[in-house]
Design a protein. Structure first.
Length: 307
C-alpha cells in the first residue's frame, strides 16, 4: 500500500471488532500471570480461539484451554473441541463435573428436569483454584442476555469467585485495569461487543470450521415447554413426551439437558446469516431452558461464579 492508500483506508466493521478483541487478548495476557481460555466447543468459543491464534501469531497461544465437561455434552461439540486443540497444539484441561459429583463436591439432581448445567460453577471454580489461574477468557457477548449486558470487558471476581454487578471498574477509552490482589481473579470477554450476526459473518470471512450441529440435520427430538430437546439417555421423558424425527439445527451449544434445537433448513453459513437476520429472539432466549427458570437466572449463576 502507498501512504495515500493507507491514509484513505477505512476498516470494516469486522476488522474493527477483530482488532479490539486482539487488543483485549494482548492486554490481558500482559497484565496477568496465569491466564486460561474457557472453551465450550460452541461458535463463540471457536471465534475466541481463532482470535487468540491471531493475537499471538506466529507463536503458539501462550496459555492453556479449559473445557468444563458436564458429562452430558453433545458429541459433535466434543469432536470439534478435540480436532481444534490438536490442530493448534495447545494444552487442554478438562474439568469434569462427574469428578465433582464423585468427590461429593456437588449433588446431582434427579428426575425429568434434572440438569448438570448449574453444577459447572463449582467445577469451574475448583479448576481455576487448583491451577492458580488469575484470568479466564470467556466467550460471553452483551447481546446474549440481560446479565451479560451488564458485564465489563474485564469482570473482577472476589476470593470466592463471586461477581458483584454494582462494583465494577470503569473502562474508558478501552483502557483496562488488570490489577488484582492474591486470591482475586478476572474474567475477560474479548467478544463482548460482538453480536450473533457478527460471529456468523466472521465465521464466513475466516472460513471457520464449526460443529456440524449448527447446521441443518435430521435428529430425534421431543417437545418440552415449547422447545425441541434432543432425545438422549441423559434426559428422562415425562408423560406424553414422544421422540420424533425433525430437521433442526442448534443456535447455541451447552449441556444436552438444557439446550434446545430449532426447526431449520439452514445448511450453510450463508443460510444461517439470512435466518439470523430475520429473527428477533436471541439464541439463549430461544434455545436455553436454564435461562427460563427465573427472570434473573443467569445473573444469579454469575454471582455464584459462573462465567
Amino acid at each position: 500500500m502507498t501512504m495515500l492508500e493507507i491514509m484513505s483506508y477505512q476498516m470494516t466493521h469486522l476488522e474493527m471488532l477483530e482488532s479490539e478483541s486482539i487488543h483485549i487478548f494482548r492486554e490481558a495476557a500482559a497484565e496477568c500471570e496465569r491466564p486460561v481460555l474457557l472453551f465450550s466447543g460452541g461458535k463463540d468459543s471457536a471465534v475466541l480461539l481463532r482470535l487468540a491464534e491471531k493475537a499471538f501469531a506466529p507463536g503458539k497461544i501462550p496459555f492453556p484451554v479449559m473445557h468444563v465437561d458436564t458429562g452430558h455434552n453433545f458429541p459433535e461439540a466434543l469432536d470439534f473441541r478435540d480436532r481444534r486443540i490438536n490442530e493448534l497444539g495447545v494444552r487442554l484441561i478438562v474439568a469434569s463435573v462427574q469428578d465433582a459429583i464423585d468427590d461429593g463436591r456437588v449433588v446431582e439432581d434427579t428426575g425429568p428436569r434434572a440438569s448438570r448445567n448449574r453444577l459447572q460453577t463449582v467445577t469451574l471454580l475448583d479448576a481455576l483454584n487448583a491451577n492458580k489461574f488469575d484470568l479466564a477468557f470467556g466467550g460471553g457477548r452483551r447481546d446474549e442476555e440481560k446479565a451479560r449486558a451488564k458485564e465489563r470487558v474485564f469482570s473482577f471476581r472476589d476470593d470466592f469467585g463471586q461477581w458483584d454487578p454494582k462494583n465494577q471498574r470503569p473502562e474508558l477509552w478501552s483502557l483496562y485495569n488488570g490489577k488484582h490482589r492474591a486470591g482475586e481473579s478476572i474474567r475477560a470477554f474479548p467478544i463482548s461487543n460482538w453480536t450473533e450476526m457478527d460471529v456468523w459473518q466472521y465465521a464466513k470471512q475466516e472460513q471457520m470450521d464449526l460443529p456440524t450441529m449448527y447446521f441443518s440435520h435430521r435428529r430425534s427430538v421431543f417437545r418440552r415447554d415449547g422447545m425441541l430437546m434432543a432425545a438422549s439417555e441423559y434426559i428422562e421423558l415425562m408423560d406424553g413426551e414422544e421422540p420424533f424425527e425433525a430437521t433442526v439445527r442448534y443456535r447455541t451449544v451447552g449441556d444436552m439437558t438444557c439446550t434446545a434445537a430449532i426447526e431449520s433448513s439452514a445448511a450453510t453459513v450463508d443460510d444461517i446469516i439470512a435466518e439470523v437476520s430475520a429473527t428477533r429472539i436471541t439464541e439463549r432466549g430461544e434455545s436455553r431452558a436454564d435461562d427460563r427458570l427465573a427472570e434473573a437466572a443467569m445473573e444469579d449463576r454469575k454471582r455464584e461464579g459462573y462465567f
